[in-house]
Design a protein around this ligand. Structure first.
Ligand SMILES: NC(=O)c1ccc[n+]([C@@H]2O[C@H](COP(=O)([O-])OP(=O)(O)OC[C@H]3O[C@@H](n4cnc5c(N)ncnc54)[C@H](O)[C@@H]3O)[C@@H](O)[C@H]2O)c1
Length: 255
C-alpha cells in the first residue's frame, strides 16, 4: 500500500515511544493520522506537532475504542492502516513476600496488551472490510500489532507481560487467515529492547544489564527503526500472518 494523503491511519499508544515514532513517520508520508492514547497531555502535544488528531481512548475498553474510531473516521475517513503500540509492562514474580502474584495486575496487563490489540484490530478490520480495494490483489488495509520478544523468552517477573505478548503473536496468523478474504493483512512486530519511556523508567542497573547481553548493534533500538519497519510492512504486500523479530539478534536472559 502506498502511503499518501488518501490513506487514513490510526496508531494506538501514539503519545510515546514506538507509537509516537510511528505517528511521526506516517504523518511524514502525508497520511491522515489519528492517535489513540490514554495520556491526553502528551497525546495532544504529539498530534499538534505533526498535524495528527488525538483521541483519548482506553484500548482495553471496547466501548472506548469504538468511540475513538467513530471520532477518527468522522474526521479522517475509514482507516486503512492500524498500528497497535499501546502497552504496559509492570513486573511481578509469581510468588512474592506478600504471597501469590496479584491477579488484578495480571488481568490488567492482559486487558491492555492483548484485549487492547483484539479490540482495536477487530473493530478496524470490520471498518476496513467495507472499503473498496486499492489494487488488483484486493488490498483493503493492514493491521500491525506490537508483540515483544518476551513472547518467546520472558524474563523473571514477566509472566503477565510475556503471556499477553504471546497472545498477540498467537493471534497473528489466524487473524490474517480470517481477514484474507477481505484483503486485510495482519502482521506483528516483536521488538527487542528499544529506548523508550517504558525502558527509561527502569533503573540504570537493569538497563546496563540488558544492554550487556546484546549482540549487534550493542545498543537499544531506536523508535524510528521500529517505525521504519511498520512503514515497510504497509508497503510490502507479501508480509502477512508473520511475527517479525526486530531485535539485533538479542535473546533475553532470565534476568
Ligand atoms: N520499548 C521496548 O523495549 C519494547 C520492547 C518490546 C515490546 N514493546 C512494546 O511496544 C509497545 C510500545 O512500547 P513503548 O516502549 O513505546 O512504551 P511507552 O510507555 O513509551 O508507550 C506506551 C503508550 O501506550 C499508552 N497506553 C498505555 N495503556 C494504554 C491504554 N489502556 N489505552 C491507551 N493507551 C495506553 C501509554 O500512555 C503510552 O503513551 C508496547 O506494547 C510495548 O509492550 C516495547
Amino acid at each position: 500500500m502506498e502511503l499518501n494523503e488518501n490513506i487514513a491511519a490510526v496508531v494506538t499508544g501514539g503519545a510515546s515511544g514506538l507509537g509516537e515514532a510511528t505517528v511521526r513517520a506516517l504523518a511524514a508520508t502525508g497520511a491522515r493520522v489519528s492517535l489513540f492514547d490514554w495520556d491526553a497531555g502528551r497525546g495532544a502535544q504529539v498530534a499538534n506537532e505533526v498535524g495528527a488528531l488525538y483521541h483519548q481512548v482506553d484500548v482495553g475498553d471496547p466501548a472506548s475504542v469504538a468511540e475513538g474510531f467513530t471520532a477518527a473516521r468522522s474526521a479522517n475517513g475509514q482507516e486503512r492502516v492500524l498500528v497497535c503500540c499501546a502497552g504496559i509492562a509492570p513486573a511481578e514474580r509469581t510468588v512474592t513476600r506478600a504471597g501469590a502474584h496479584d491477579p488484578a495486575v495480571f488481568e490488567r496487563v492482559v486487558r491492555v496488551n492483548l484485549l487492547g490489540v483484539f479490540n482495536c484490530a477487530s473493530q478496524a478490520a470490520a471498518g476496513m472490510a467495507g472499503l473498496a480495494p486499492l489494487s488488483d490483489d484486493g488490498d483493503r488495509g493492514v493491521i500491525i500489532n506490537t508483540a515483544s520478544i518476551a513472547a518467546y523468552e520472558g524474563q523473571i517477573g514477566q509472566t503477565a507481560y510475556a503471556a499477553s505478548k504471546a497472545g498477540v503473536a498467537g493471534l497473528t496468523l489466524p487473524m490474517a487467515r480470517d481477514l484474507a478474504r477481505h484483503g486485510i493483512r495482519v502482521v506483528a512486530i516483536a521488538p527487542g529492547l528499544f529506548m523508550t519511556p517504558m525502558i527509561e523508567g527502569m533503573s540504570q542497573e537493569i538497563q546496563d544489564a540488558l544492554v550487556e547481553k546484546m549482540e549487534y548493534p550493542a545498543r537499544p533500538g531506536r523508535p524510528r527503526e521500529f517505525a521504519a519497519l511498520a512503514l515497510h510492512v504497509c508497503a510490502n504486500p507479501m508480509l502477512n500472518g508473520e511475527v517479525i523479530r526486530l531485535d539485533g539478534a538479542y535473546r533475553m536472559p532470565p534476568s
